[in-house]
Design a protein around this ligand. Structure first.
Ligand SMILES: NC(=O)C1=CN([C@@H]2O[C@H](COP(=O)(O)OP(=O)(O)OC[C@H]3O[C@@H](n4cnc5c(N)ncnc54)[C@H](OP(=O)(O)O)[C@@H]3O)[C@@H](O)[C@H]2O)C=CC1
Ligand SMILES: O=C(O)C1=NCCCC1
Length: 320
């Protein structure tokens, strides 16, 4: 029997690159439209009388290059900050597609950040192809930072505005990103804002990636034809005010998840246009350029399978 490989967060960081992550996530998103994705909604177990949760996301993606079979197990323990530990801890169990045997256990916090940012990038490419001059990101946590890096690499934005509840954190992230980008140029690409309204005023594309319970974004602040990637996942709280959903073309990643986790948006009377994969596969049309478009992201098991397969292949290829 082949030995089981363990791939740590540090090793995942060494291996992943945006080009391949983007391609693997495009493949995963498209697979739902081509009956090559086998998955269901995320399962969530509340751990007794606490705010702690255990989640699982299992599935299989059938594809020669990016296909994989596996399960992401993750915990969310909000009190972990008292122990100086992250609230979210994740691992992917990657299985052999022929036999079901365990091939690898892969640490998956970094994979979760990168695959989510890559999914927003794919959605942006397919729903909003023009006028990508200014990007605004609300939230400078793990997701906000990963989105800033992904969109800088994969698009040609002249300016990337970042707002965060704690402004100091936005400034620190902006300084770090500008430093890594080009520390000689006088015009820095990344700019920190302390007002959401100012941050999004000129934005062609917006990412919302916070974990608070407040509504952040108002319809009256948005440019015509803006595209929004709404990353926060919560059955009750939303970062976009209801009028934005009601005035937009809203796309999702997969119906199985949306049916259970996006009921609140459906209750507003919003009909989802369809899955991003259906746009990629040309089964449905993208929005017209004067409409506001929203990608309401949930995160799919097959995204984790695709990136886990990529990490595994890169690890094996560079280990021989
Ligand atoms: N769609 C998907 O596939 C995925 C979605 N997610 C979602 O992404 C979101 C961000 O996750 P992640 O970046 O890992 O989390 P982090 O803990 O790294 O960052 C949390 C961010 O939320 C901000 N925040 C917290 N409370 C509030 C509030 N009341 N008002 C405004 N901002 C607030 C924090 O600001 P501050 O610095 O001030 O504390 C920080 O910017 C979560 O909602 C999570 O559910 C995560 C993974 C996958
Ligand atoms: O991995 C995912 O997908 C997650 N989605 C929402 C909350 C945290 C992780």
């Amino acid at each position: 029997m082949a030995s089981i490989v363990y791939i740590s967060e540090n090793r995942v960081r060494e291996l992943l690159n945006w080009e391949e992550t983007y391609k693997s996530i495009k493949c995963a998103l498209e697979s739902v439209s081509k009956e090559r994705a086998f998955q269901d909604k995320r399962s969530a177990i509340k751990l007794g009388n606490t705010y702690n949760f255990l989640f699982s996301m299992c599935g299989g993606l059938s594809d020669k290059t990016y296909g994989g079979l596996g399960c992401k197990l993750f915990t969310y323990f909000p009190e972990n900050f008292r122990k100086n530990e992250p609230a979210l801890k994740a691992n992917i169990f990657l299985l052999d597609e022929e036999t079901g045997s365990l091939k690898a256990v892969i640490a998956a916090a970094h994979i979760t950040d990168w695959r989510t940012a890559a999914a927003s990038a794919v959605a942006t490419k397919y729903l909003h192809s023009e006028n990508n001059n200014v990007l605004a990101i609300l939230g400078a946590g793990s997701q906000g930072k990963a989105h800033a890096m992904a969109f800088k690499y994969l698009f040609n934005f002249n300016k990337i505005n970042i707002w965060n509840r704690t402004t100091e954190r936005a400034k620190n992230v902006v300084d770090e990103l500008n430093q890594n980008n080009d520390n000689t140029s006088a015009n820095k690409v990344f700019v920190a804002y302390d007002s959401i309204k100012e941050c999004v005023k000129d934005a062609d594309v917006i990412v919302t990636a916070t974990s608070g319970n407040e509504t952040l974004l108002k319809l009256e602040w948005l440019k015509k034809g803006v595209h929004i990637n709404a990353v926060r996942v919560n059955p009750v709280y939303r970062e976009l005010e209801d009028d934005i959903y009601k005035s937009s073309d809203v796309y999702i990643d997969y119906w199985e998840g949306a049916k259970y986790e996006l009921e609140g948006i459906k209750d507003l009377g919003v009909e989802f246009k369809g899955q991003i994969g259906d746009v990629i596969a040309r089964v449905i049309a993208p929005p017209s350029s004067d409409r506001i478009s929203v990608f309401q992201s949930l995160g799919m098991p097959v995204e984790d399978c695709a990136v886990a397969r990529l990490v595994y292949d890169l690890h094996i290829a560079s280990n021989v």
